[in-house]
Design a protein around this ligand. Structure first.
Ligand code: 5GP
Ligand code: MG
Length: 189
């Protein structure tokens, strides 16, 4: 395997500059929307894919806030979902009565987020908002029901490609790309 990272990429869908501009816009919107809330919001990143987005996002939100992580297992190492996800790493913080913003890399079928929302709702959260960096609306299988007065924030609508970079992997590689791209077909193996 060639070790030059960029040489694995067929095409770039969003550059690092485009990503950071959009993240700053979303962060401003969240700052506005939660400014009047009585308690600091809790940002819950979905590991591992959301780690870069979560980091960039919270640095730009001008509010006191907390951060936690969850992990949901839904994909194997390939590009196809294996159905109903399960929670394999639970929250550290108590979320009862909290306004949670679930931070996700990409919404595809919607199964992962629906499962996580149900999980949070059962713990007694006040609201659940979604902040997804990418959305593939044409591939949705389940309707995503927010909790309380939760909102849906998204970065970009993604065409129906399997994308990598900015936290997202193929077989646990490419998460460190600072942009979003599509791999050359020889590397989807
Ligand atoms: P869903 O449960 O909505 O079908 O899938 C959500 C998860 O599948 C995402 O959090 C992400 O980890 C993975 N996923 C969906 N589409 C893509 C994609 O195009 N690229 C990568 N790397 N992961 C994806
Ligand atoms: Mg994910």
């Amino acid at each position: 395997m060639s070790m030059s990272l960029d040489s694995h990429i067929e095409k770039v869908l969003w550059t690092q500059d485009q990503i950071l501009d959009r993240v700053a816009q979303i962060a401003s919107q969240i700052t506005l929307d939660f400014k009047a809330a009585p308690d600091p919001p809790l940002f819950v990143g979905v590991a591992t894919g959301a780690f870069l987005f979560l980091a960039d996002l919270v640095k730009k939100v001008q509010l006191p806030l907390s951060v936690d992580l969850v992990r949901a297992q839904s994909y194997g190492s390939g590009t196809l979902s294996n159905g109903a996800p399960s929670i394999s790493l639970d929250l550290k913080l108590d979320v009862k009565g909290k306004h949670v913003i679930l931070v996700e890399d990409i919404v595809d079928t919607g199964c992962t987020l629906s499962c996580l929302i149900e999980h949070l709702e059962a713990k007694g959260v006040s609201s659940v908002s979604i902040c997804a960096f990418l959305d593939k609306p044409t591939r949705r299988k389940v309707h995503i029901k927010l909790v309380g007065d939760g909102k849906f924030y998204k970065g970009f609508e993604c065409p129906d490609y399997f994308v990598v970079g900015y936290g997202m992997d193929f077989a646990e590689l490419y998460r460190n790309l600072p942009y979003i791209g599509v791999l050359k077909s020889e590397f989807y193996k």
